[in-house]
Design a protein around this ligand. Structure first.
Ligand SMILES: NC(=O)c1ccc[n+]([C@@H]2O[C@H](COP(=O)([O-])OP(=O)(O)OC[C@H]3O[C@@H](n4cnc5c(N)ncnc54)[C@H](OP(=O)(O)O)[C@@H]3O)[C@@H](O)[C@H]2O)c1
Length: 214
C-alpha cells in the first residue's frame, strides 16, 4: 500500500518506518524540519520518501494521522481534499500540556475528527500503545502469540486496510466495533500510558497488559 504519514514524530516516525520495512510505500510528512523527514525516509530502509501533507495525501491508500490534537486543523489545511481517503488516526484529543482528554465519554477525538472530514473514512487505531514498544512488537511479529490491538470505525473496507496495517506492525487486530467505541478506547489509552510511564515496568508493561486477555 501507499501510506501517507501526517505527523512524523514519535508515533508517525516509528509506525511509518515499520510500514516501510513491512514493504509499504511510505511518505513521511508534517514535521518542523524537512531534514528530519528525509532522515526518517533514509533510515526506514524501505520504499520511503519525504513529502508535504499534500504529497502524502494525494496518492495514499491509507493515511496515518499522528499529530497533537491542537495541530489537526493545520494539517487538514495542507492535505487538500480527503474525500474517500482511509485515515487511521492515533491522535488523542489532549489539552495543550497533555494532562487530560478534552473530549470524553459523550464523544471522542476520533468521532470529532471524522466530522471535520465527512467524506473520508476514519478508523481509530494505535493510540492504545506507547510508541516505545512498536519496534519490539515488530521484531517479535513472527512469534505465535501476538499482542492484540483494538481498532474501531464505521466503514468495513477501511477497517480491513487498518487491520492489515495493524497486522504488519506485529499485532493481532481486534475489531472493537463502530467509531463510537473510541469514546471508551481513548480513555483506555490514557490508562495504558499511565501504567507504562508511572508503573514499575515502564513501556514494556503496556505491551504485557495487551496480552492479559490471552
Ligand atoms: N507518543 C505516544 O506514545 C503516543 C501514544 C498514543 C497516542 N499518541 C497520540 O499520537 C499523536 C502524536 O503523538 P506523538 O507522540 O507522535 O507526537 P510528536 O512526537 O510530538 O509528533 C508530532 C508531529 O507533529 C509535528 N509538528 C508539531 N508541530 C508542528 C508544526 N508547527 N509544524 C509542522 N509539524 C509540526 C512534529 O514535528 P517535529 O518532528 O519537528 O517535532 C512531529 O513530527 C498525539 O495525538 C498523541 O496524543 C501518542
Amino acid at each position: 500500500m501507499r501510506v501517507g504519514i501526517l505527523g512524523s514524530g514519535l508515533m508517525g516516525g516509528k509506525l511509518g518506518t515499520i510500514f516501510a520495512r513491512a514493504g509499504h510505500e511510505v511518505i513521511f510528512s508534517y514535521a518542523r524540519s524537512e531534514q528530519k523527514l528525509k532522515q526518517l525516509a533514509r533510515n526506514a530502509k524501505g520504499k520511503a520518501k519525504a513529502g508535504t501533507p499534500l504529497d502524502a495525501a494525494q496518492e495514499a491508500d491509507a493515511l496515518l494521522l499522528a499529530v497533537h490534537w491542537s495541530r489537526i486543523n493545520d494539517v487538514l489545511n495542507q492535505t487538500g481534499d480527503l474525500s474517500g481517503k482511509v485515515i487511521v488516526t492515533c491522535s488523542l484529543p489532549m489539552n495543550d500540556d497533555d494532562t487530560k482528554l478534552i473530549i470524553a465519554h459523550t464523544s471522542s477525538g476520533a468521532e470529532e475528527f471524522a466530522k471535520l472530514v465527512p467524506k473520508a473514512r476514519v478508523v481509530s487505531a494505535f493510540n492504545t500503545v506507547p510508541s516505545e514498544v512498536l519496534f519490539g512488537v515488530f521484531e517479535a511479529r513472527r512469534k505465535a502469540r501476538r499482542p492484540s490491538l483494538v481498532y474501531c470505525g464505521d466503514n468495513s473496507s477501511s477497517k480491513k486496510i487498518a487491520a492489515e496495517l495493524i497486522r504488519d506492525i506485529g499485532f493481532d487486530p481486534v475489531d472493537a466495533g463502530s467509531l463510537r467505541i473510541a469514546r471508551y478506547t481513548e480513555p483506555f489509552a490514557l490508562l495504558i500510558a499511565q501504567l507504562a510511564y508511572e508503573g514499575k515496568g515502564g513501556p514494556e508493561l503496556a505491551y504485557r497488559f495487551e496480552q492479559f486477555k490471552k
